[in-house]
Write a new protein. Structure first.
Length: 131
């Protein structure tokens, strides 16, 4: 999903910043983005350095504290889009509750920013060829 988003952003000529592990930095750079190695630096701080006024859109698929950190990079009027919570899928139930509590707070917070969640749900019985 992230690769597709970067490809679409590049086609639109957007300025893009991507959180990536050390081994994927060149890949995301080749997709037209400024890579940020999340294993070596604070990606939220780095984005705020690169875009001091904040970004228009922040997307996150990880969940947990990453939701809050990505949201913190938005400018007033910006939009946070969560499209997954992969870092919490195998965590205890409290990790998932934490993710949704953070997201719920972002949706209600009166700070001039917006938060939405997008997901694709399917039943494997309906689409066995997708797995």
């Amino acid at each position: 999903m992230g690769t597709a988003l970067l490809q679409l952003g590049k086609l639109q000529g957007l300025e893009l910043y991507s959180r990536a592990s050390t081994g994927k930095l060149e890949l995301v750079r080749s997709l037209g983005t400024t890579p940020i190695d999340y294993t070596r630096e604070d990606f939220a701080r780095r984005v705020r350095e690169l875009a001091p006024g904040g970004v228009d859109v922040a997307l996150d698929a990880m969940g947990g504290v990453n939701f809050s950190r990505a949201y913190s990079t938005l400018k007033r009027g910006g939009h946070f889009i969560a499209y997954g919570y992969t870092s919490k899928m195998d965590s205890p139930i409290w990790g998932r509750i934490d993710t949704f509590a953070r997201f719920g707070w972002m949706m209600m917070k009166p700070d001039g920013r917006k938060a939405t969640f997008h997901g694709i749900m399917f039943m494997k019985e309906d689409h066995p060829d997708w797995l």
